[in-house]
Design a binder for this molecule. Structure first.
Ligand SMILES: Nc1ncnc2c1ncn2[C@@H]1O[C@H](COP(=O)(O)OP(=O)(O)OP(=O)(O)O)[C@@H](O)[C@H]1O
Length: 367
C-alpha cells in the first residue's frame, strides 16, 4: 500500500514533545511532508534552536513511522526551529522581540553579568537572534565582558524627531550599555530616576529589530530598575542567580519573591547556581565545594522553581570575562559545557513557559 501524508501525520500525532506534553501535530511542529515511494521526509519545527531534546524527538519520529506506517521506510527528519513567544499582539514596544528575559540576583558579585554574557553567546551560537541590555546602570560590565569598551553607537534622528540608537554588535549579539553612552566614572552616580530613565531609553530608543531573546542584565538586589523594567515591557520570565553560600541564597530568596509578588507576577524560569564548586584547570574531574554544596538546588526545590544548572568556579571564566571574550567561545572546556547546558535549559524553560502560561504582560503597579 502506498504511504500517504495522512499515514505520516497520524503516526507523528503519537509523538509527544516531552516538555510541552502535547503531540507534534497538535503543536503544529510538522511541516513539509514529502513522500516518494518508501522515502518519507518531513520537517520538525522545534520551539528553540537550543533545544536539548532534538535527538530524542528525531528518534521518536523515525520510530513512529517505522512502527505505524512502514518498517522499511527511509525516513529523513529535517530539524529547524521557530522560537515561540507569549507576547500580546497589540503591544507596540519592542514589537520584533519574542522573549524578554530578566537575569537577576539578590547579592552583588555572584556572576550575573558573566552568566548573561555567556548565555547570550551560547543562544546566538545555537542559531537564535539575541540582544543584551546592560541594565546595571551604575556598574556596567557588558562593555568589558564583550571587549567593546570604546564602542560608541550611531544615533539617527528619525523624521518624527525621535532618536534611534543602533546597538553595538559583537559575537552576533546586539548590545546596549550605559558604558557606550557615558564615561564609566560618571555612570556611578546614575541612580534612582536617572538610572530608570536610561533603562527606558534602552528599550524605547534602541533599534533592536527582530530578536528571539532579549536578555536583561539587572543590577543586584531589588531596585527601581526592576520595577521600571516590568512596568515598561512584558517580561517573559526571570532567571535568578545565586552562589552556594547561605548569605547569597538568603538574598536570592528576596529576588525571587520580588518577581513573585502578586502585583508583579513575572514567572521564574529557574535558578542557576554559579561558583557551585571550584575545579582546577589541570584536574577538571576534581570538585571542591568551597562555598558549601547544594544551596541553589535546595532553594529551587523549596520554592518550586526549576533548577536550571550549575556553573563551576574556574579561573578561565574570570580571565575570559576580563579579556572581553566570554568563556563559552573556548569550545569543549568543562566551563563552556556548563554554560551550554544552562543555555539549553533556559531556552527549554522559555518554551515551556510560552506553551503553558498566559500571555506576557506589562505590570501596572498602583500606588
Ligand atoms: N564561575 C566563575 N568562575 C570564576 N570567576 C567568576 C565566575 N563567575 C563570575 N566570576 C568573576 O567574578 C567577578 C564578578 O562577576 P560578575 O561581574 O559577572 O558579577 P555580577 O553579579 O554581575 O556583579 P555586580 O553585582 O557587580 O553586577 C568577575 O570578575 C567574574 O569574572
Amino acid at each position: 500500500m502506498a504511504i500517504t501524508q495522512e499515514d505520516v501525520l497520524k503516526a507523528l500525532s503519537y509523538v509527544e514533545e516531552p516538555d510541552l506534553g502535547k503531540d507534534l501535530v497538535t503543536l503544529n511542529m510538522i511541516e513539509d511532508v514529502q513522500i516518494n515511494g518508501q522515502d518519507v521526509a518531513f520537517t520538525v519545527i522545534l520551539t528553540t534552536p537550543a533545544c536539548p531534546l532534538k535527538d530524542l524527538i528525531r528518534n521518536a519520529c523515525i520510530r513512529a513511522i517505522h512502527t505505524m506506517v512502514d518498517k522499511d521506510a527511509n525516513v529523513t527528519v529535517h530539524m529547524t526551529s521557530r522560537v515561540t513567544s507569549a507576547r500580546q499582539d497589540n503591544l507596540t514596544l519592542l514589537k520584533g522581540v519574542k522573549n524578554i528575559i530578566a537575569v537577576a540576583s539578590g547579592k552583588g558579585g555572584v556572576g550575573k553579568s558573566t552568566l548573561t554574557a555567556n548565555l547570550a553567546v551560547a543562544l546566538a551560537q545555537s542559531g537564535a537572534k539575541v540582544g543584551l541590555v546592560d541594565a546595571d546602570i551604575s556598574g556596567p560590565s557588558v562593555p568589558t565582558m564583550f571587549g567593546v569598551e570604546d564602542a560608541r553607537p550611531a544615533v539617527y534622528r528619525m523624521p518624527d524627531g525621535r532618536n534611534l540608537i543602533e546597538p553595538i554588535e559583537k559575537y552576533g549579539i546586539k548590545l546596549m550599555s550605559i558604558g557606550f553612552l557615558a564615561p564609566a566614572e560618571s555612570a556611578v552616580v546614575w541612580r534612582g530616576p536617572m538610572a530608570s530613565s536610561a533603562l527606558k531609553q534602552f528599550i524605547t530608543e534602541v533599534d533592536w529589530g527582530e530578536l528571539d531573546y532579549l536578555l536583561i542584565d539587572l543590577p543586584p538586589g531589588t531596585s527601581d530598575i526592576h520595577l521600571t523594567l516590568v512596568q515598561t515591557v512584558p517580561v517573559t520570565g526571570a532567571i535568578i542567580l545565586t552562589t552556594p553560600q547561605k548569605v547569597a541564597v538568603a538574598d536570592a530568596v528576596k529576588g525571587l519573591q520580588m518577581f513573585r509578588q502578586p502585583q508583579i507576577n513575572v514567572p521564574i524560569l529557574g535558578l542557576v547556581e554559579n561558583m557551585a564548586y571550584f575545579t582546577p584547570a589541570e584536574l577538571p574531574e576534581n570538585k571542591y565545594y568551597i562555598f558549601g554544596q547544594g544551596g541553589g538546588r535546595d532553594l529551587a526545590e523549596r520554592y518550586g522553581v526549576p533548577f536550571i544548572g550549575e556553573v563551576p568556579l574556574v579561573q578561565s571564566i574570570r580571565e575570559s570575562g576580563d579579556q572581553g571574550a566570554p568563556q563559552i567561545l573556548q569550545e569543549g572546556t568543562a566551563a563552556s559545557l556548563a554554560f551550554e547546558k544552562v543555555a539549553q535549559e533556559v531556552a527549554r524553560q522559555v518554551s515551556v513557559r510560552n506553551a503553558s502560561l498566559g500571555k506576557t504582560k506589562v505590570v501596572e503597579i498602583k500606588a
